[in-house]
Design a protein. Sequence first.
Length: 350
Amino acid sequence: MTPTPQEAGAMRLAVNLTLQGAADLARTAEELGYAAVLAPEGFRSDAASLLGLVAGQTRRLALVSGVMQMPARPPGLAALTAATLDALSGGRFRLGLGISNPDVSRGWYGADADRPLGRTREYVEIVRRVLSGEPVVYRGRHYSVGDPAPVRLLTGPAPVDLPVYLGAVGPRNLRLAGEIADGWIGVFTSPEAVADAVGAITEGRKRAGKDLDGFDVLPCLPTAVGPDPATAADRLRGQYVYLMGMGDAERNVYCALARRLGHGRAAEELRARLAAGDRAGAGAALPVDLIDRTALIGPVPRIAERMAEYAGAGVTTLGIMVSAAAVAPEERLAILRGCAQALEKSGVAG
């Protein structure tokens, strides 16, 4: 199993892959000393296909599904996919799971999204039991598997020992992540919000009789490197519109996070302009402060300072979202290099 950043003793970097140029991004990240790559799953690509490609292109990087959407796969298939990717990568895979946005869950996968905590708990329990290699028969409130044929993994030597990460936002979800997972994947978050999340995760760890040792705190931040922070922020506006524009405004977790950060009016204006078909205006409605608090923007020294803030809040791996910047593929590679330099300047590098 790949060591976690806490075992290494300091904060390290990961990169969120894009479908276009995924192999180049992964190879460059490995050359620069990044610890991991994450493959997101959404409207643009699935996680397993990207990570299968990257498994054959790299030798050291941890491969994280960031995140596989639980409504898209029965838990038995998720375990089989995880075991396959782990075998292909020589034990480098980490299974990141998320319950998904309720509207996406219903619209894309035709799946219910009620009682997310109970669904997540059952799903992870089934996945872990399948990965143990034993025949699994499970009858839960939300998932039932193994009847009439028990689920048994035959991918390779059992058990398959790999970390499970959860994408989580609210306090109850974060406590659950601390209780049943090995890591947390966060998005759209400030250092202050990370510190609050770590507090909730710690409560969950205590509930399970564990501490934070070995638990990976992995927020993923939109990133744009450049001399002027405001200009860099402009390159990220499309990503914020994409995230905050999904589904119903009241159920959208990113709009809720914006409100929590004191930018509820900006979220309302974004949604109103988007509803009117004014996508550019929706992006322009976002204050630079909101982007700055939840992203890495500006020159390398400024980004280094921000990295130190995140490390101080409890981050063990910092995800660099090159996909968020509206730039060409070669410029995304430049973001990787700039962030590697920033980590060295930050004083928190492993």
